[in-house]
Unconditional design. Structure first.
Length: 202
């Protein structure tokens, strides 16, 4: 806790960002997180810190902790100016539950995230949440629903030029069509997927 007394919060936030690139043990990240919260009292700073930590937990596959921090974030991010953060936190909860194979809860939070993101016209967020919902339906072999989600995501990705997500969606569509026996369509999307991968690597 002495760290919080000596360093300005901007340096603590910078240190937290550094940890996203060079992860430490969870207890060390937690200690830094609580130091930040103690030093800075504004909800905006707390939201930034919680969001960074939730992402770190997701990357470290500490899904229960990611859910716990995302819940804290949702509780704080209810103001008009923080609705994008709220959508992010709900999306993170969907990701965490998906990793835990609790697909019912995962879809519940993805649907909430999508509603928030749609309400603020967050096209990037909408495309990512739709794609993830498609992946959940793909994992549960609900292919018609998976196809619907992925095609909606594809439409947004193509409109706004969201290439990384578009590439993943193209691959998912190939997998879905292959699973349903439409090999011609599967090949079409696999070929588009490969073309985008080459484009992105150049």
């Amino acid at each position: 806790m002495a760290l919080a007394k000596k360093l300005p919060v901007k340096y603590l936030l910078l240190a937290l960002c550094f940890l996203l690139l060079y992860p430490l043990k969870a207890q060390n990240l937690d200690s830094l997180f609580y130091a930040i919260l103690k030093k800075h009292k504004t909800d905006t700073a707390k939201i930034r810190a919680i969001e960074a930590l939730a992402l770190q937990c997701l990357d470290a596959q500490e899904n229960d902790k990611a859910i716990a921090y995302a819940r804290q974030g949702v509780a704080l991010a209810n103001g008009t100016h923080t609705l994008k953060n709220k959508g992010n936190f709900l999306h993170y909860m969907g990701r965490a539950y998906q990793a835990l194979t609790d697909f019912t809860q995962s879809l519940h939070y993805y649907q909430q995230a999508f509603m928030v993101r749609e309400g603020i016209s967050d096209s990037v967020g909408m495309a990512k949440t739709l794609a993830n919902m498609g992946n959940v339906y793909k994992e549960t072999a609900e292919y018609s629903k998976a196809l619907d989600m992925e095609l909606k995501s594809l439409k947004i990705c193509e409109k706004i030029g969201l290439e990384a997500t578009l590439n993943n969606v193209l691959n998912s569509l190939g997998v879905i069509y292959q699973a349903t026996g439409d090999y011609e369509k599967a090949l079409e999307y696999y070929e588009r997927n490969l073309a985008y991968e080459k484009k992105m690597n150049n």
